[in-house]
Design a binder for this molecule. Structure first.
Ligand code: CIR
Length: 253
């Protein structure tokens, strides 16, 4: 169960965030509204939400998930793969002293975005992607093992991050799309497979037996609803334009 979340208000500069989506620039006011709704949804799941202020220097800082991995027994600050995002860690790191005795940090030449890390029980799957390199993943595995967790690496090539293509909904349930539907690592899960036409909906978020799902993906929503979990649909169209999904918008711990 989670009790807390950290989010970061988008800066006006978000319109210049990194993107490959080809969906045009986000509408800033609409993004702020969607972000407020997202915070409300986290609160409705019982989380106490800390909202970090916007910082115009960082157009992608609302995707706060990427800068840290927060587990019950360890906290790791990442070293984001995109250089323009490296400074985002400072504000989040400062906050973590309130919650953790010790915070580990990935060192160069390691890089990692925590959007590439999916926790399943006491194990973390770490995607090797354009953002997370082998050195970064190896450092994460070391930190995890020191805290009594385990980690394993999985190469991805189709999506930005591992969790763009797979989400864990507890009780062995895995929402999965594309190349990861046939990944040997995930063969023993109860798979909820998402058609590639709705691939964006794969990034959904389990919070205390509710699931945040992106609005506008009817087949996916039906399949996820069939788990019996309560669904909260959220419109995140403006973040989709920057390749960001629902999980990226918060750190939950
Ligand atoms: C980026 O390219 O870094 C941002 N525009 C999107 C990050 C999305 N984060 C995530 O999937 N965890």
């Amino acid at each position: 169960m989670f009790s807390k979340a950290i989010v970061r208000t988008p800066a006006k500069s978000m319109v210049d965030g990194i993107t490959t989506a080809g969906l045009g620039k986000p509408d800033y006011e609409l993004a702020l509204e969607q972000h407020r709704n997202y915070i409300q949804a986290l609160e409705s799941c019982g989380l106490a939400v800390t909202v970090l202020e916007a910082d115009e220097r960082y157009p992608d800082a609302q995707f706060v998930e990427d800068v840290a991995l927060l587990l019950p027994r360890c906290a790791i600050m990442t070293r984001p793969g995109a250089e323009s995002r490296r400074g985002e860690v400072v504000k989040v790191s400062a906050l973590l002293d309130d919650y953790y005795d010790k915070v580990d940090t990935i060192q160069a030449p390691g890089t990692a975005d925590a959007g590439d890390i999916m926790m399943v029980g006491e194990h973390c799957y770490i995607g090797l992607s354009e953002r997370t390199n082998h050195e970064g993943a190896a450092q994460i595995t070391g930190f995890l093992e020191s805290a009594g967790y385990s980690g394993s690496m999985i190469s991805i090539s189709e999506a930005l991050h591992l969790k763009s293509s797979v989400s864990y909904l507890e009780n062995n349930r895995l929402v999965v799309t594309g190349e990861l539907c046939v990944a040997a690592e995930f063969a023993d899960f109860d798979q909820i497979s998402i058609p590639e036409s709705e691939g964006y909906a794969t990034n959904c978020v389990w919070i205390n037996d509710r699931v945040l799902v992106a609005q506008g993906y009817p087949q996916s929503i039906e399949k996820i609803r069939a788990t019996g979990l309560e669904i909260i649909e959220l419109d995140v169209s403006e973040f989709c334009k920057l390749d960001g999904g629902l999980s990226c918008l918060s750190l939950r711990f």
